[in-house]
Design a protein around this ligand. Sequence first.
Ligand code: TXA
Ligand code: MG
Length: 316
Amino acid sequence: MNQTKTKILPPDAHGLREAAEILHAGGLVSFPTETVYGLGADARDDAAVARIYAAKRRPSFNPLIVHLADVSVVSQYVQINDAAKQLADAFWPGALTLVLPVVSGGTVSKLVTAGLGTLAVRVPNHPVATAVLTAFSGPVAAPSANPSGRISPTMAAHVLAGLDGRIDAVVDGGSCDVGVESTIVSCVGVPTLLRAGGISIEALEACLGAPVQRDEDPDAPASPGQLASHYAPAGVMRLNASYAEPHETWLGFGAVDADLNLSPAGELTEAAANLFGMLHQMDALGAKHIAVSPIPDHGLGQAINDRLRRAAAPRD
Ligand code: TXA
Ligand code: MG
C-alpha cells in the first residue's frame, strides 16, 4: 500500500465535514466509538472496503460491522425479527452488534459480509461517531482501527501507532469510555452470543427474559474474526497470576502492588476501560513477559477474560 499522510482531524464542524468528504471519496477515516476506535469506509464502495482489509492486513474472510447513525435506518440493511427488536430497543445506541439476515437487493458491498448471507450492524453511542455517521449520511463499515491481530485502540494515539501512513485520517475524540468492543449477538435463529463485549450477557438475558446461547466451539467460530490469537501485545502473557516473577511485568487488578493496575478498586468497568490502553503501555515499556491478575468472570469480566485469553493464546 502507498504511504499516505494521515491527518488528525478535530471533532468540530470543519473536521467532521472533511471526514465525510474523505469517506465519500472512498478513503479511510478512523473515528472514536464508545467501545474502541473504528476504521471507517463507505460500506457500499468495494474499493474503499478493500482498502480497510489492506490497511489492517486483515484476512479477507473476516467480515465487518456496518455502523449506522440512527436506529430508524437499520431495516434498510437487515431483516429485523422480534428478538432483534427487543435487543435494539433496549441497547441501541450502544455497545451491541446484531448479526441478522441481509435484505435482498441491499447496497452493502459483498466484501463487508465476506460473502455471508448475514450482516453485522451497530448504532454506536458516542457523539463523535454519531456526528461522523450523520455528516456522511450512509453506512460505514468499520472494524477496530488496529493492524489485524493486534490490540484494539482506545485513543487516537493508539490508532496512529498501528496505522499511521496507511489511512487518510483519524478524528481525535479522546479516550473511549467502554474500552472493549461491542457484544456480538446473532439473531439468525435462537439469539446466540458470538463475542462477549461491552454489554454483559446478564443484561441481554434480562432483556430477552430467556437464556442466550453461547457460541463457544473454538474450532467452528460462527464469528469468523474469533481467531484464537488476537489482541496480542508483543510480550508473552501469563494469566491468573497472584504474583509476578522477577522477570515479569505485572498487570494487576484489585489491591495488589503491580506495575500497572487495571483497577486498584477492583471495578470491572474501570478495568475494561483501561485494558487495551494498558496492553499498549506494556508494549511501550518493552515488557517481554506479562503476568496478569485474575479477573472475576461475571459482567464485563467475561469480555475482559475473553480478550486476555486471546492475547495469551499461542501465536503463529
Ligand atoms: O466495538 C466494536 O464492535 C468495534 C467498533 C469499531 O464498532 N468494532 C469491531 O470490529 O470490533 P471488528 O471488525 O474488529 O470485529 C468484528 C467482529 C469480527 O469478529 C467478525 O468476524 C464479526 O464481527 N462479524 C462481522 N460480521 C459478521 C457476520 N455477518 N456474522 C458473524 N460474525 C460477524
Ligand atoms: Mg478487532
